[in-house]
Each structure stands twice: as structure tokens, then as C-alpha cells.
Design a protein around this ligand. Structure first.
Ligand code: 5AD
Ligand code: SF4
Length: 464
């Protein structure tokens, strides 16, 4: 597993005709973070980002393999890119296509077989080698690099705060953990992202401090199973995500912390204490349960009962009563009966979610769920999903409406739709429109919510 050492002679000199890259990101926040780091790696190699696909010399699809539809989208996008590549070639212009992310990891060679126009296939553990892969591909070789690299990719990527031309941001993701050892029977993640790896404490503290020094006020810790993060403190004692949050909370200038995505089994006492003690840990928790029936939870290998999940939420709410809950749900897992589905509906009514994602079960080849008997008919899945989504939407709207009249802290994040307006983030992750000056971006101000739309809120600055 040696690192490629292709010639860098075709790297344009700074200021010379820079190449442009268009990155399309599918799937979860981890992919959003990875796309950012790939953009950094490419920037160091002379590529400027563009939002316009037609301007790009390189299109990179950062893909998701979680459900069949997500994977199929990649192939239809590749079909369109192939045509674009032909047109560019007719004009004598370079156009390269890269596939990164979880489809790249899962399908590897198969992608370039199915779509020969693809120049580079690169996995989530090797994307620090993207520039080298592109140099190699430019010599006419098709590159597939999806090994689990021995070296730590984070050590081989440019410092995210030092990338020239990168817009400053007041919110940032920080990957603390990758991979998953839980093996839920429906899920491809343990296969595409590999087993759990936690990044060491000192590296995380250094990266977090750098981000804060560059203007970041809110950090979201990321991991497929973020609350399984574990490390060692300065004295060599074993610590978990709760301790990490306490340590990050001491960084001067950092105002807010969040983390996602969690597994109910890993919500330990220390993490719940962090929700009690740390005002800067935002009152919002994404805690997927997937289903409300114990029989289905068992078949999914979730390793907890519905009642344990509900009890856990009660404990968290007892220490942080204003916490908003978000979840993921799957309907139509093999063997799911009407009664099982009603159990999911009952759990949703009991918990009352501020926000949620819900999906029809999608068979993923190679996962244990695929081999289970009694797959549920598509029309039954459709009907169940519609009922669940109607209930979740009702709860989400009620949560948005409950904000009207409230006074809250707002982190001013970016320009709004109209001049003189900014969009801020509420503690509950809502977008809030308010009249404010762009020089205030990064400030936290007190606002009063005046109205609620389906996906965003409107506010006025609160007096004194
Ligand atoms: N089918 C449907 N939904 C799935 N998810 C994961 N795997 C599948 C699948 N095979 C959902 C789960 C998970 C979210 C990221 O995607 O709800 O929490
Ligand atoms: Fe997939 Fe389960 Fe791991 Fe989440 S905990 S990534 S659903 S296997």
C-alpha cells in the first residue's frame, strides 16, 4: 500500500490558468465534510472550486450507497457527464470525471467498467491521494484507489484553515470518528466505511483551535457513530465523547457545540452530564431509533428495546428539558407487520420529534437484512411511509410554530435573501431570517421569533 508518487509537473503555477472543480455531494454530513477536505486537497494542487458544472475541468461526485436509489442516482449522473465529456473533447478541452465516497468504496472497479468515461475512483479513506490519482489519470491510466490506507488521511490533507481563497465560515464540521462496528442488519456503512476509528484527542483539539482562530463559532462533531468516540486524555486515562465535549468547551472563542449521529446504545452517563452542564452544547439531539417494535429492533440488530429508547430520552429531557429530538426511521423492514408499524407510530407519538428522516427499507446486497424472509411489498411500504411522514411533518410544524414569540440566541451565519438581512442558526438548528448587517456575521444576538414558515423562522432583534 505505497503512496503514489506521480510527477507533479503538470501542476499549474499559482496564478496561472487554474483548473476548476465542481463537486457534487450526495448523502450525509460526513460526505459534506469530506467534500470540503477534497476541495482543500485540490486547491493545494491548483484547482479552484466552481458552482457551475459547465465551467469545470473536473467533476467529482461524492457518492452515497446507503439506499439503492442513492447509488442509482450516481449512474444516471455519470451518463450525463459522459455526454458532456464527449462535447468537451470535441472542443479539444480536458474534462475529467471522478467518483468518490461510498459507492466508490463499495463498487470500485465496477464503476469504471459500467461507465468507462470515469477517470478516477477514490474511496473515503484514500481521498488525500486524489491529486496524485488525477495526475496519473492524465497520463491515460484509469485509477481505482479504494484501499483502506495505512496512513492517516487527515495527516496528509492541507490545514483546512490555511487554504487560500477558501471562504471563512462561522460553522464547521469536525470529523472525530469514522466507521461503524454496530452492524445493523439493513446497513452498508460497516462495509463501506469500515470499522470504528477514533481520531486522537490532541489532533482534534488542535484542529478545533485552528478552526476557532479562523472565525468558527459553532462546531459540529461528526462520526457515523459519533458517541462511540473514545480516546485518552493527557494522563492516559480512557475518555469518551462526553469528556471530549467538556474539553472542547474550554476553547476560548468557541460558542457552540453539536454532534451527530448517535446510537442509543452509546449514550453514556458522561454524555448526558455534558447535556446537563454545558450550556454551549446545543439542545438538539439526532438519535435514530429506526423502528418502534421490539421484534423489528431485534431483527435489525439494534440491541435495545423501544422502551429503553424512550426511557433514555426521558433521562436526557430531565437534565435538559428544552432539548429537541431528531430521528431516523425505516418502514417495511423484512417481516414488519401492521402491528409492528403501529408500534413505530406509537413511539413517534410518545417521543414527539422536532425533525426526522424516514425511509422505505431498501435491500442492500451483502447485508444480513437482504437474506431475511418476508420482504414487505412496495405498495405497503409506500403507504406506511406516507402515514409516518404525515405524523412527523405534523410534529415538525408544531415545533416550528411553538417558537413564535420566543426570545433566543441567534448565531448570524450568512447573507439572507434580501440586502440588509442575514440568516442565523437557532439553538435548535433552524434557519432564522433577521434584519442585520453583514459585518455582524459571526455574532450571537438575541432575537424574538415573529413568524414560522415550514422550514425557517423570521425574527426581530430583541431589545436590550
Ligand atoms: N434502507 C433504508 N434506509 C436505510 N438507512 C440505512 N440503511 C438503510 C436501508 N438499507 C437509513 C437509516 C439510517 C440513515 C442514515 O439511513 O435510517 O439511520
Ligand atoms: Fe449503520 Fe447501524 Fe452503524 Fe448506524 S449504527 S452506521 S445504522 S450499522
Amino acid at each position: 500500500m505505497t503512496q503514489e508518487t506521480a510527477s507533479l509537473s503538470d501542476t499549474p503555477a499559482p496564478g496561472a490558468n487554474t483548473r476548476k472543480v465542481f463537486i457534487k455531494t450526495y448523502g450525509c454530513q460526513m460526505n459534506v465534510y469530506d467534500s470540503g477536505r477534497m476541495a482543500d486537497a485540490l486547491a493545494a494542487d491548483g484547482y479552484a472550486p466552481t458552482e457551475v458544472m459547465e465551467e469545470a475541468d473536473l467533476v467529482l461526485l461524492n457518492t452515497c450507497h446507503i439506499r439503492e436509489k442513492a447509488a442509482e442516482k450516481v449512474y444516471s449522473a455519470l451518463g450525463r457527464l459522459r455526454e458532456h465529456k464527449k462535447a468537451r473533447a470535441a472542443e479539444g478541452k480536458e474534462f475529467m470525471i471522478g467518483v468518490a465516497g461510498c459507492v466508490a468504496q463499495a463498487e470500485g472497479e465496477e464503476i469504471s467498467r459500467r461507465e468507462p468515461a470515469v477517470d478516477v475512483v477514490i474511496g473515503p479513506q484514500t481521498y488525500h491521494r486524489l491529486p496524485q490519482a488525477l495526475h496519473k489519470a492524465r497520463t491515460g491510466e484509469r485509477v481505482v484507489d479504494t484501499e483502506y490506507a495505512l496512513e492517516d488521511k487527515f495527516e496528509h490533507l492541507p490545514d483546512p484553515t490555511k487554504v487560500i481563497g477558501k471562504p471563512r465560515s462561522v460553522t464547521a464540521f469536525l470529523t472525530v470518528q469514522e466507521g461503524c462496528d454496530k452492524f445493523c442488519t439493513f446497513c452498508v456503512v460497516p462495509y463501506t466505511r469500515g470499522s470504528e476509528v477514533s481520531r486522537p484527542l490532541t489532533r482534534l483539539l488542535t484542529e478545533a483551535r485552528r478552526l476557532v482562530d479562523s472565525g468558527v463559532r459553532e462546531l459540529t462533531l461528526l462520526g457515523q457513530n459519533v458517541n462511540a468516540w473514545h480516546g485518552e486524555d493527557e494522563k492516559g486515562r480512557a475518555i469518551g465523547l462526553g469528556d471530549l465535549l467538556y474539553k472542547l468547551a474550554e476553547i476560548p472563542g468557541l460558542a457552540r457545540l453539536r454532534y451527530t449521529t448517535s446510537h442509543p446504545r452509546d449514550m453514556d452517563d458522561r454524555l448526558i452530564e455534558a447535556h446537563r452542564d454545558l450550556r454551549m452544547l446545543m439542545p438538539y439531539l439526532h438519535l435514530p431509533v429506526q423502528a418502534g417494535s421490539d421484534r423489528i429492533l431485534k431483527a435489525m440488530n439494534r440491541r435495545h428495546k423501544a422502551s429503553e429508547y424512550v426511557a433514555l430520552i426521558e433521562r436526557i429531557r430531565s437534565v435538559r428539558p428544552d432539548i429537541a429530538l431528531s430521528g431516523d426511521f425505516i418502514v417495511g423492514f423484512p417481516g414488519e407487520t401492521d402491528q409492528d408499524f403501529e408500534d413505530t407510530m406509537a413511539l413517534v407519538r410518545e417521543v414527539n420529534y422536532a425533525q426526522a428522516y424516514s425511509f422505505k427499507y431498501s435491500t442492500r446486497p451483502g447485508t444480513p437484512g437482504a437474506d431475511l424472509p418476508d420482504h414487505v411489498a412496495e405498495d405497503v411500504k409506500t403507504e406506511r411511509l406516507a402515514r409516518l411522514q404525515a405524523l412527523l411533518l405534523e410534529q415538525q410544524q408544531a415545533f416550528m410554530q411553538s417558537m413564535v414569540g420566543k426570545t433566543m440566541d441567534l448565531l448570524l451565519e450568512k447573507p439572507g435573501r434580501m440586502p440588509g438581512q442575514l440568516i442565523g442558526r437557532s439553538p435548535w438548528l433552524q434557519s432564522v431570517n433577521v434584519d442585520a448587517m453583514s459585518s455582524q456575521i459571526g455574532d450571537i444576538i438575541q432575537v424574538r421569533i415573529t413568524a414560522a414558515g415550514p422550514n425557517s423562522l423570521f425574527a426581530e432583534v430583541a431589545e436590550g
